[in-house]
Design a protein around this ligand. Structure first.
Ligand SMILES: [Zn+2]
Ligand SMILES: [Zn+2]
Length: 310
């Protein structure tokens, strides 16, 4: 099949609009969508020092590659890569390898932080102590990891002097998060899921997701045709059944309804305009231990530290 825009052979046909794309036009569309997303939601300002969370997986590798191309037109902005070593044996080493490979290929400044060094315990030892599944269904490996990753990524961003943190969350990830908040009836959190990075607390560096309109399949394709190697194996702790069900629903339904995730994400954008009026149940306060943003007395990181010290 021929590319819809030129005489070259098409490599990919987008399921939602049937556009056939050659290598060059595929790359062009990918980059343009990221640019449009950044502009649409005011994700970046001129001269920003931009921290990108790079795990070594497909999303972060592709994002770093595309941002590097885009930023060539904005020499006053600067990209720095941040990788967090959770301390997961037989898993993190490979991701770290790919993160380092691409960061140095692109000549980007790289900073590595770790659970061990920056929190005092690595994930393996946390799980050993607290169990892969806590008593509460909400707690377990992925939530401990999530709490610490968010905390350390923010700390890292502050340390490297970043104005904004970008992560590789894609369209399906975003749709999944929206659906989960709806399923839980958590309208407060839905209201906080704002695509425009904002300073919601003095301790937090604003964050954004430039891939929130980019489907996972296109990210995989981008890595494939541009020969970007990445870590493919899943984290050994990725067993969160609850989140898994929603993910399965998304990918199954998407086969018949290719616009599904776009509709969910666009729906959220429209909803935001009206749920903004809902006042947050609790204002963000300063954690009494570390001063970071929290709704209670202790932030989740300090709470986790307490659990481990008990
Ligand atoms: Zn073409
Ligand atoms: Zn704290």
């Amino acid at each position: 099949m021929k590319c819809s825009f030129c005489d070259e052979q098409a490599l990919y046909v987008r399921p939602y609009d049937k556009l056939a794309l050659c290598h060059e036009h595929f790359n062009g569309k990918m980059q343009k969508r990221v640019q449009k997303t950044i502009t649409r939601y005011n994700m970046l300002k001129r001269g920003d020092r931009i921290a990108v969370g790079v795990s070594g997986g497909k999303d972060s590798i592709a994002l770093l590659d595309i941002l590097h191309k885009i930023e060539k037109d904005f020499p006053e902005s600067e990209i720095v890569a941040i990788t967090i070593d959770e301390g997961i044996e037989h898993y993190r080493e490979e991701g770290m390898h790919y993160a380092k490979l691409h960061v140095s290929r692109l000549g980007i400044e790289h900073h590595v932080f770790s659970f061990e060094k920056d929190f005092g315990h690595d994930l393996d030892s946390i799980i050993n102590k607290l169990g892969a599944r806590g008593k509460d269904r909400e707690l377990g490996a992925c939530s401990y990891c999530g709490i610490l990753r968010r905390n350390i990524l923010n700390k890292a961003a502050k340390e490297v002097g970043a104005d904004v943190v970008l992560t590789g969350h894609n369209l399906e990830d975003e749709a999944e998060t929206i659906l989960l908040n709806i399923i839980r009836g958590d309208i407060q959190r839905l209201g906080r899921l704002n695509p425009t990075p904002r300073k919601i607390h003095e301790s937090l560096v604003p964050r954004a997701k430039p891939f929130r309109a980019t489907p996972q399949a296109e990210i995989v394709m981008y890595c494939l045709i541009n020969e970007l190697e990445y870590q493919e194996i899943q984290c050994p702790y990725a067993i969160e059944a609850y989140r898994g069900d929603v993910r399965e629903f998304i990918f199954k339904t998407q086969e018949k309804q290719p616009m599904l995730c776009y509709n969910i994400v666009r729906g959220q954008d429209k909803l935001l305009a009206s749920i903004k009026e809902i006042k947050p149940k609790q204002e963000l306060r300063n954690c009494k231990e570390c001063g970071n943003a929290t709704t209670g007395d202790l932030c989740k990181t300090c709470w986790l530290k307490q659990q481990l010290d008990n």
